[in-house]
Design a protein around this ligand. Structure first.
Ligand SMILES: [Cu+2]
Length: 144
C-alpha cells in the first residue's frame, strides 16, 4: 500500500499537522515490516516547549502527533501525567515498539484523545514506555 512513503522532512509547524496522518497510515499498514521511526526529529524541539520539567514533581508529558513530547525524562517516584492532545486513544505501557514487557512494573493506562492519564512509578529505575497501539511511540522514563 502506501507504506513506502518516507516521512518527509518537516520544515515548519504546518507540516507537523501532516505527520499524524502519515504515521496513522504507516501504523495501519504495519505489514511493511520496516520499523523505521517516524519523524521523531522534531521531538527535541517540541520537547523543551511541551514538557514542563520543573523538578517540583509536577511533570507532564504531552502526546501529540502520535509521539511523545520528549524522548526521555527524569522524574521522582510517583505519578507521571500524560496529556493526550491527539484525537485517538493511546495505551501506554512499559515496553518497547508497541509490546508490553512480560512482567510490567507499571500498570498500563489507556488515555482517550483529548484526555489525560497517569503512569504510576512505585520504584526507582529506568523504564521504557511505549504505546501498544502505535508501536513507533517510545520513550524512556528515569525514575529516581
Ligand atoms: Cu498511541
Amino acid at each position: 500500500m502506501s507504506d513506502q512513503s518516507p516521512v518527509r522532512r518537516k520544515r515548519g509547524n504546518a507540516t507537523l499537522a501532516v505527520i499524524p496522518a502519515l504515521v496513522l497510515v504507516l501504523a495501519a499498514c504495519s505489514s511493511g515490516g520496516t520499523s523505521q521511526p517516524p519523524a521523531s526529529a522534531p521531538a527535541s524541539v517540541a520537547a523543551s516547549a511541551a514538557a514542563s520539567h520543573s523538578g517540583s514533581g509536577a511533570t507532564t508529558v504531552t502526546l501529540s502527533g502520535l509521539a511523545f513530547s520528549v524522548s526521555e525524562i527524569t522524574v521522582p517516584v510517583g505519578s507521571l501525567t500524560f496529556i493526550n492532545e491527539d484525537g485517538v486513544t493511546h495505551v501506554l505501557a512499559e515496553g518497547e515498539n508497541g509490546t508490553e514487557v512480560p512482567s510490567p512494573r507499571v500498570q498500563k493506562v489507556s488515555i482517550n484523545g483529548g484526555s489525560q492519564g497517569d503512569l504510576v512509578f512505585t520504584a526507582a529505575g529506568d523504564y521504557h514506555i511505549t504505546c501498544t497501539i502505535h508501536k513507533t511511540m517510545n520513550m524512556e522514563v528515569h525514575v529516581q
